[in-house]
Design a protein around this ligand. Structure first.
Ligand code: ZN
Ligand code: ZN
Length: 406
């Protein structure tokens, strides 16, 4: 179970405690007391891990090998069947004016109608590039995903998103000298231009303009990545795996590694998420017994960290504590609780500080730690490990790993 971005740095307003130290977390503390504790560098000491690269590392894959960008995981997370070699992008629906300038990068934070808008772009054939399949699907809000499929493509291209309003879409340029990158850049520039031509008069946008809302009349791709060749988790470890996650990014990691996904109603990925439903899903799936491994990600603490909200982070950690209390009641499981990175409220982004980790299981060597937090964990029996050690340690505790040597 990964509590996204839960770890933090000491905060003056909390008497130099971290939110996890300041929060009242009787269940996490009980887990620490019953298990073996340590700290973990999700990738390597000091590396500021993204949620994606950290999860990849914790699942035992090398992020430096399989990760080229966020796009493929976002695409898989919204249910697109991406295949190795596809080039995938995250996109924004944005608003472009008659002068070709982006006046709203999020198209008035559009919420409704994006499915219909996306349909008018999906399967589009671009003139001169009819051999390339265009797969386009809406995600939540103003977000969407673009997948290019076909020969001669590359992920070595820049973003179209200018990142600031009042500028035109950024011209996509190839980032190396290959003909593949040159072709992909041309396709993207054509795609952005064509998206505007198709969407400017789309009925949903005509209606939005009439209602005084910004139209979603252009699509701006960014976050390019090539879908990696990745050995399925089940084959790699010989366990049947399932993923319960809130955000498209983590669901995508579950899907690309071949896990089954459980959708939880009311799981928003924010601090307002429905933790009761998440708890129920975890407990139901575990009791039902058809999986050996469950990847759980709960996202709210990361959001509070990015927003710089100390109180909200402490409150959310306290709420998550009750989820842990219920999971601890399950019999005969190895339970790992950790975070994928620190998201200090002072930094409002991820940092390279290690995160606490605890493992409870039938035969783990329990240490003397009785509280779960960044500081106490440093004195635990696991000492300091890397994300890439986690699956090895778990498979060993589950008696599912092979001996190295005679
Ligand atoms: Zn994260
Ligand atoms: Zn984050």
């Amino acid at each position: 179970m990964i509590i996204d971005g839960m770890a933090d740095r000491p905060i003056k307003d909390l008497g130099y405690k971290t939110p996890l130290e300041a929060a009242n977390t009787p269940n996490m503390d009980k887990l620490a007391e019953m298990g073996i504790n340590g700290i973990m560098d999700p990738i390597r000491p000091g590396i500021r891990a993204g949620s994606d690269t950290s999860h990849i590392s914790i699942l035992g894959y090398d992020p430096y090998e399989v990760y080229t960008g966020r796009g493929p995981f976002e695409a898989a997370g919204i249910g697109l069947d991406v295949i190795a070699g596809d080039i995938a992008f995250r996109c924004n629906f944005s608003t472009q004016d008659e002068n070709g300038l982006i006046i709203d990068r999020r198209a008035g934070r559009i919420r409704e109608g994006t499915e219909e808008i996306a349909k008018s772009i999906n399967s589009l054939k671009l003139e001169g590039f009819e051999d390339v399949e265009i797969i386009f699907k809406e995600s939540t809000g103003h977000r969407a995903v673009l997948v290019l499929r076909g020969g001669g493509l590359s992920d070595k291209v820049s973003d179209a998103d200018p990142k600031h309003e009042g500028k035109p879409p950024k011209k996509v340029v190839p980032l190396d000298d290959s003909p593949e990158a040159a072709k992909t850049a041309k396709i993207l520039n054509k795609f952005v231009e064509t998206s505007y031509n198709i969407l400017k008069d789309h009925p949903i946008n005509v209606m939005r303009i009439k209602e005084g809302e910004q139209p979603a009349n252009v699509v701006l791709p960014r976050g390019v990545g090539a879908v990696p060749h990745i050995p399925p988790f089940e084959e790699k470890y010989g366990v049947k795996a399932v993923c319960i996650a809130e955000t498209g990014l983590i669901k995508g990691i579950g899907r690309i590694t071949g896990m089954d996904l459980i959708e939880v109603e009311g799981a928003t990925g924010g601090i307002d998420t429905n933790l009761e439903n998440i708890t129920k899903s975890i407990v139901d799936v575990a009791r039902e017994g058809s999986y050996d491994f469950m990847l759980i990600n709960i996202d709210g603490a990361d959001e509070a960290g990015h927003d710089g909200q100390i109180g909200e982070k402490v409150n959310f950690i306290e709420k998550v504590d009750s989820v842990i209390g219920e999971v601890m009641k399950l019999d005969n499981i190895c339970f790992i609780l950790t975070a994928d990175h620190s998201t200090p409220v002072s930094v409002m982004d991820h940092t390279g500080d290690p995160v606490p980790i605890v493992i409870k299981g039938p035969e783990v060597r329990v240490d003397d730690i009785t509280e779960f937090n960044e500081r106490t964990a440093t004195k635990g029996g696991l000492c300091r490990i890397r994300g890439s050690d986690v699956m090895n340690i778990l498979m060993d505790f589950m008696n599912k790993s092979d001996k190295f040597g005679a």
